[in-house]
Ligand binder design. Sequence first.
Ligand code: NAP
Length: 282
Amino acid sequence: MIIDGKKIAKEITDELKEKISKLDKKPNLSVILVGNNPASLIYIKMKKKACAKVGIDFDLYHFKEDEKEDVILDKIDNLNSDAKVSGILVQMPLPKHINSSKAIQRLDPTKDVDGFHPINVGKLLIGDDSAVVSCTPLGVKTLLQKSNIEVESKHVVIVGRSNIVGKPLAALLMQKKPNCNATVTVAHSYSKGLKDITRSADILIAAIGKPNFITQDMVKENTVVIDVGINYVLQKAEKTKIIGDVDFENVSKIASHITPVPKGVGPMTVAMLVQNTYTCFL
Ligand code: NAP
């Protein structure tokens, strides 16, 4: 069965739209962009569109590629203390001369809609419900929940241990809480016998960044397969196509459930950003 992330994301944003329409004041998402990274420009366009759809005000602060670090940090301070701003997002990657950890740590954690601030990461780890949980892990958890896929007592294998996907997702699914309680294995490029690890999964989550990395022989029959990967591959006539980390054509023949790329995890990430902005507003 193919999990329709786009449909589930729309159900979530429709509900949020309804709730936001009843508010006296609109939530505001303020985004800081430095430079003109083409992928960042696409992501920002998507985020702006998603906010407009649900009635969240969206402000973009677009700085030139060589803007000084201090100017960016001052802007963050300024947004932190602006009462009209509910959420702040610093679009990654930042140019090399700006320290991204410094920028993230400068954010007011209660406005950190990406959930990247160490306070939010720490709260997530200890199971504090006031944590702002980063959008992709929260999107994956919500996608599983809305698809009626139980994670409790299941063996979830996550391939990838980044700070934005693999690690927070592992922390989230292993919590001693409803819709969590999974046994989680996190694999990475130093893992030995990867195929044996992935074949032992009830739920396999790929967050690697390598097109078609998870092949059919790495997946046991009736596994739930969630593909977080977004890879731009060059096609004929200079056209690019987006594909995931999973060989969808062949793995979909044996998986019990599988997310496509696009229209799988991607729309859920954007829906969770909107949801986090609403939650930070409350
Ligand atoms: P990342 O920071 O590059 O991390 C990739 C992870 O994959 C690392 O932990 C790496 O291991 C592991 N890895 C690489 N090669 C491997 C191999 N041969 N065997 C086992 N593990 C291997 O990437 P990310 O930011 O987590 O993103 C992962 C993918 O998800 C990318 O395609 C990205 O575009 C996509 N993404 C999608 C969304 C969405 O909304 N759908 C959101 C965020 C990211 P090491 O740690 O050992 O290097």
